[in-house]
Design a protein around this ligand. Structure first.
Ligand SMILES: [Zn+2]
Length: 204
């Protein structure tokens, strides 16, 4: 019916919408720039941190050295002597071995070590050389033998230490017993010294 009229409205709307779009786009751009600046500022506050890619452990995780041992634990003892697995890097105690493994493989711990969780992509040469190393290890067998010798030696030393402690405990008990007997033997002397021995004789 009134095509031109509705058209005019449409044009008007279109114009407005266009204007708004441009305005909002402009605002968005400004906001993004501000965000970027903010991000840059917050980054520049601290020293720039370039975290290294994840590396494999080059040490054996000790989970069993305190297995079966008894230890007195008090809440005021330093963290490293509390019950559980102590992480010296993060200065925290984890309650069991599974959680300890989770912890040392986790983000927080790796970050404390200066590593990101990103894994470097290995090259073909790296993979090949790794295979070579592992193959040599398997063929030579000297590694495992040496490992076994070390373990046996360690166990022997631990056994020696335990025996020594047992001997010492026995010695101490003997000393205590001897001291007790001595005081018992001395008792009559003490009694006469204090005049108690005399009572008996004077009564007679
Ligand atoms: Zn840690």
């Amino acid at each position: 019916m009134s095509q031109p009229g509705s058209n005019a409205v449409g044009v008007d709307n279109a114009y407005r919408r266009k204007f708004n779009r441009e305005e909002y786009a402009e605002r968005a751009r400004e906001r993004e720039e501000k965000d970027e600046e903010g991000r840059f500022k917050s980054k520049s506050k601290g020293p720039p941190v370039q975290r290294k890619a994840l590396k494999h452990r080059d040490y054996e995780v000790d989970l069993i050295s305190r297995l079966g041992k008894t230890q007195v634990v008090t809440p005021i003892a330093p963290l490293s002597q509390q019950a559980g697995y102590y992480c010296a890097v993060c200065e925290c105690v984890v309650k069991d071995s599974a959680n300890y493994l989770d912890h040392i493989n986790g983000k927080k711990h790796q970050r404390a070590l200066g590593m990101s969780m990103r894994v470097e992509r290995a090259s073909l040469e790296q993979v090949q050389s790794r295979f070579e190393i592992l193959k040599k290890r398997k063929v030579a067998g000297s590694f495992t033998e040496q490992d076994l010798d070390e373990r046996i030696l360690k166990q022997q030393q631990e056994e020696e230490e335990r025996k020594r402690q047992r001997r010492e405990r026995k010695k101490e008990k003997k000393k205590e017993k001897a001291a007790e007997e001595e005081t018992e033997e001395r008792d009559p002397d003490v009694a006469t010294m204090m005049g108690f021995g005399g009572f008996g004789s004077s009564k007679k």
